[in-house]
Design a protein around this ligand. Structure first.
Ligand SMILES: Cc1cc2nc3c(=O)[nH]c(=O)nc-3n(C[C@H](O)[C@H](O)[C@H](O)COP(=O)(O)OP(=O)(O)OC[C@H]3O[C@@H](n4cnc5c(N)ncnc54)[C@H](O)[C@@H]3O)c2cc1C
Length: 473
């Protein structure tokens, strides 16, 4: 029997594994994180901690499958713009077919009924007209919002089902893959116990699926095979998390939950977009080991009086600069430095007036995350801030009140995307039997398409194993 290593069991790895359960291949799954049932909810949310632990924790860190544990919003529409670029790779029909399977799997395993958020004809007319008048472009999407509180049950139930039919699967939890090195046509995978340390073990595999997420993307670039992959440089998104009253946005929240609205800045012709809306949600820190970003989430049962969402300005770079991730991390670290180690918060009115926010006492919008009051313009490039301000002003035409002085901006909210790795329609790279899926491949940017890319790889491996066994027979 051939041996396959699946490195990383986040959104993409889980759905790859679903396809491989019961197939004639010995699958070894490696994940740094603990068993799903032992992954814990955010300790800050539970009131057990006031600030993030010094090490990134499994709730929020991108290296720990954040999106399928945190908020767990799943985009279900095959879009050329939203959630990733698989549309380019496999086309609308195939993408939609796979997203429908993701939807079915999640709904089947959900402990409560989760409604699909789907705009109707009247809502579409409503938003298209308002967006056009505001100078924005609206992109259609349907989504599932599972909520952080339902995430553990859904993920664990999918995994339990896989384990029950997957006698071919061996799990290595709390296990970090240290390196993957080619040996002739095979791969040597070295791994050790993440928290306990000790001598790394080595095993030889015929097939490797890399699904280490955005958190593992840098590690991927350090691997022996990386220099032989065909790649294109990645992109960064730099922006802020906006927190405002839920009453300013309630009309679009009610109709869409999260309408995707794109804007081209007059100042620099940059694309500016909203991302990850959390009506009645909470802003959270996103703790990477050496810097802290902000993010947001919402829950099915506990609600705030605010809405938070990201406004992001996209940037790509041309020669000679080749490290967009370093660029966004450097900006994030400057913000953290000014804030004494964490995120900064500033009133929109103060940013416009060119002064630092000193206090939020009596501010109309009260923050859901305690952050240091300050001045974001000391850390962010002018071009980025102009794009953000233009965007919020345009949005105010659709949601009056949003660009009021009391609206809060948190920084840093940065997303960097790894190099885009050239793959075939089953996510196999130009190195035979090496598949790279999910966010570390840069083809995906959210749970829905990450899961889809996993399915594509799983299907590809399954088909090639079935074909090989037919030939042998
Ligand atoms: C705070 C936060 C909230 C988010 N919310 C949403 C949301 O609501 N909806 C949405 O669509 N997207 C969301 N996202 C994005 C989403 O998390 C990703 O798009 C998605 O998880 C990508 O799936 P993946 O399988 O590529 O990677 P991940 O889900 O990140 O999984 C990677 C896995 O690899 C493991 N790993 C990494 N390196 C190694 C190694 N060396 N050895 C062994 N294991 C390793 C990690 O432990 C992890 O389990 C969010 C992201 C963040 C950071």
């Amino acid at each position: 029997m051939q041996k396959l290593a699946l490195v990383g069991l986040g959104a993409s790895g889980l759905f790859a594994l679903k396809e491989l359960a019961g197939v004639h291949v010995e699958v070894h799954v490696f994940d740094v994180g603990p068993l799903y049932s032992k992954r814990y909810p955010c300790p800050i949310d539970q009131g057990k901690l006031e600030v993030c632990p010094p090490k990134a924790c499994s709730y929020c860190a991108p290296g720990q499958s954040a999106g399928s544990w945190n908020d767990f919003k799943v985009i279900l529409s095959a879009s050329p713009i939203i959630g990733g670029r698989l549309y380019e790779l496999i086309g609308e029909e195939e993408l939609q077919r796979h997203l429908d399977k993701v939807r079915a799997a999640i709904l089947e395993h959900a402990p409560v009924e989760i409604p699909v958020v789907k705009p109707n004809g009247e809502d579409l007319e409503w938003i298209k007209k308002r967006a056009t008048l505001a100078g924005m472009t609206y992109y259609y999407q349907e989504l599932l919002h599972c909520g952080s509180d339902n995430a553990p049950a859904i993920n664990s139930s999918i995994l339990n089902e896989i384990a029950s039919v997957g006698s071919n699967i061996v799990f290595h939890w709390d296990t970090q893959v240290v390196s993957v090195v080619r040996r002739a046509e095979k791969f040597v995978v070295s791994y050790d116990r993440y928290r306990k340390g000790g001598e790394p073990c080595e095993e030889l595999f015929d097939i490797v699926i890399m699904s280490v997420g955005r958190g593992g993307a840098h590690w991927l670039t350090q691997q022996e095979f990386y220099k032989d992959l065909e790649i294109h440089p990645g992109q960064v998104d730099i922006g802020v998390r906006v927190e405002t009253s839920c009453y300013f946005t309630e009309e679009i929240d009610k109709r869409f939950y999260e309408p995707k609205l794109y804007y081209r800045s007059r100042h620099a012709n940059d694309i500016v977009r909203n991302f990850c809306s959390n009506p009645r949600g909470f802003v959270t820190p996103e703790n990477h080991r050496d810097y802290v970003l902000v993010n947001g989430h919402s829950k099915m049962f506990e609600k705030s009086e605010n809405n938070n969402f990201a406004v992001l300005v996209s940037k790509t770079f041309t020669r000679p600069f080749k490290d967009p991730q370093l660029y966004s991390q450097t900006i994030a670290k400057v913000v953290n430095m000014l804030a004494g180690g964490g995120p900064l918060i500033q009133r929109l009115g103060d940013l416009r007036a060119g002064r630092r926010t000193k206090s939020l006492v009596n501010n109309l919008v009260q923050p859901t995350l305690e952050a240091e009051c300050g001045d974001i313009s000391l850390a962010y490039p002018h071009r980025i801030l102009e794009g953000i301000l233009e965007y919020v002003d345009a949005l105010d035409k659709i949601c009056p009140g949003v660009s009021g002085d009391a609206t809060l901006l948190y920084a840093p909210e940065c997303k960097s995307y790894p190099d885009s790795i050239v793959v075939n329609k089953n996510m196999e790279t130009n190195i035979p039997n090496l598949y790279i899926i999910g966010d570390c491949s840069s083809w995906t940017r959210g749970v829905g398409q990450a899961a889809t890319s996993g399915m594509l790889a799983g299907e590809g491996v399954r088909q090639s194993i079935e074909q090989a066994s037919t030939v042998l027979a």
